[in-house]
Design a protein around this ligand. Structure first.
Ligand code: ATP
Ligand code: MG
Length: 456
């Protein structure tokens, strides 16, 4: 029996031997669509997957088949946590249809000993498969090592349910979180998971389904507002979330996949940790290309300045742009003392375009935004940076100026501080006309020299 299992591969099983029940047909051979093939491989490769999806593209079905196959082969329990009773029932039906229609030779591993309303047990391994309408009461009673969290942004009490489901953590648990966006507060948890670096995130809109053609699109668009269509079918989190994202996820992903030549001056952006658990981060770029992101933890200003000096010796930057708020000024002073081309960046300072922006921080983030929008930036695939960039929002203040969420606000809301994103923003900040502050320990000639270098 175990030998039989060794011969089986879940992706192969689903692609070659799968049957499903559709809304129109009680039993059809499962022929995966192109995107489903791709998604099967993602599920197979990554334990934690989050899928931002269009409605009705066959996402739940393919995830259910994959995890069911994996349960048959590898044992352990599988829970389908859905947002609606009917949807849970439909997906559960698919589990049964799939298992019962596998070929007879697989009987030793597919025989079921119990078939209660929403749960079954695979005889050979004792593995349970169950589908539920998700609520905070569910999780605690069920120890699954595979979870399909379906339409999470539409769960009734998402946060409480999530805690119930993952209370003891998700270590060793295979989990797929999928949803269409939801502009209501219920949608927030999903967006957080979507930008959580521990998850492999992917996005599939309505176009991936071969059942959706131009005719279908015309019809749908005529029934919905633009905003509704964007949310339901185009995976538009920006339209969905209350705040306005400075840099949409798709632009960030564009910058991650883009490959540009490192040409032009080398600039460092230096963010200095304000609290014990924050990171100090140096972002190193050459022209539009980010060469490296160097995070440091629990490091004092002197030590940090030393590390920056080492990096400067390696890269010979023309500018080192340093966040001088709070302890940052100590790092700045120390760099200047060592005759490095440090330039101050003070985020609360007045913007050049002070009509439009509340401060330097907002202006610089919007400068960075332009680069992402125009495709003039290439960043490494750093999941933490990606998360930080995509959570940055802006609003208009009472004077109509653009204002960016402050570090403190972000830290309060998410528990982390956007240090890598800030360092990136500084590395690209326009400080050309910036004045170098007069520091007593640096002579005026030196300052002139650096100023002319920076402003050249
Ligand atoms: N490869 C396929 N071939 C034919 N029909 C399919 C295929 N994959 C899924 N379906 C059918 O498409 C419909 C939508 O599937 P499913 O519910 O899995 O999609 P979904 O993206 O999770 O949708 P929802 O947004 O409603 O949750 C179902 O009727 C399902 O049986
Ligand atoms: Mg679904």
């Amino acid at each position: 029996m175990s030998d039989l299992r060794k011969l089986l591969d879940p992706v192969w099983l689903v692609e070659n031997l799968g049957y499903i029940r559709t809304q129109h047909n009680p039993l059809v051979k499962f022929k995966p669509w192109e995107w489903q093939r791709e998604f099967l491989r993602i599920l197979d490769k990554h334990d934690k997957v989050v899928l931002l999806k269009s409605r009705d593209i066959g996402a739940s079905t393919v995830a259910v088949l994959y995890y069911t196959a994996d349960t048959i082969i590898n044992g352990g329990d599988f829970l389908i946590a859905s947002y609606k009773k009917e949807s849970a029932a439909f997906l559960y039906e698919n589990v049964k249809v799939f298992i019962k229609n596998l070929p007879d030779v697989l009987k030793p591993v597919t025989e079921l000993i119990e078939d209660t309303k929403h749960g079954l047990i695979i005889k050979s391994s004792g593995a349970h498969i169950k589908a539920v309408e998700m609520s905070p009461k569910v999780g605690r009673s069920f120890r699954a090592i595979r979870i399909l969290a379906s339409e999470v942004a539409h769960w009734k009490e998402p946060r409480k349910s999530w805690v119930a489901l993952t209370g003891a953590g998700t270590k060793g648990v295979k989990i797929c979180v999928e949803s269409t966006p939801n502009p209501a507060p219920e949608g927030e948890l999903f967006e957080e998971i979507y930008t959580n670096p521990e998850y492999y995130s992917c996005e599939y809109d309505w176009r991936v389904s071969p059942e959706h053609d131009e005719e279908w699109e015309r019809k749908r668009r005529s029934e919905l507002t633009d905003k509704e269509f964007a949310i339901e079918y185009e995976c538009d989190l920006t339209k969905s979330s209350e705040g306005n994202n400075v840099i949409p996820i798709s632009w960030v992903d564009g910058a991650i996949t883009r490959i540009m030549k490192p040409e032009g001056e080398i600039v460092f952006g230096v963010d200095v940790a304000r609290y014990g658990d924050d990171e100090s981060v140096v972002v190193i770029r050459q022209g539009p290309k980010v060469l490296d992101i160097k995070p440091f933890r629990k490091i004092d200003t002197m030590e940090y300045a030393g590390r920056i000096k080492d990096l400067a010796e390696k890269y010979s930057p023309s500018k080192i742009i340093v966040d001088v708020i709070g302890v940052g000024s100590g790092v700045y002073d120390r760099l200047r003392e060592q005759e490095l081309p440090a330039v101050e960046f003070n985020s609360s300072e007045k913007a050049e375009d002070s009509e439009r922006f509340a401060n330097k921080r907002a202006e610089s983030y919007f400068g960075l935004r332009e680069r992402f929008k125009d495709g003039d930036i290439d960043i490494p695939n750093d999941r933490i940076l990606r998360q930080q960039l995509t959570r940055q929002t802006y609003k208009f203040n009472s004077r109509g100026q653009i204002q960016i969420q402050s570090k403190e606000e972000i830290k309060k809301k998410y528990g982390w501080s956007p240090d890598r994103a800030d360092a990136l923003m500084m590395a690209f900040a326009n400080v050309k006309k910036g004045k170098i502050g007069i520091y007593t320990d640096v002579n005026k000639e030196e300052i002139k020299k650096w100023e002319s270098l920076i402003n050249s």
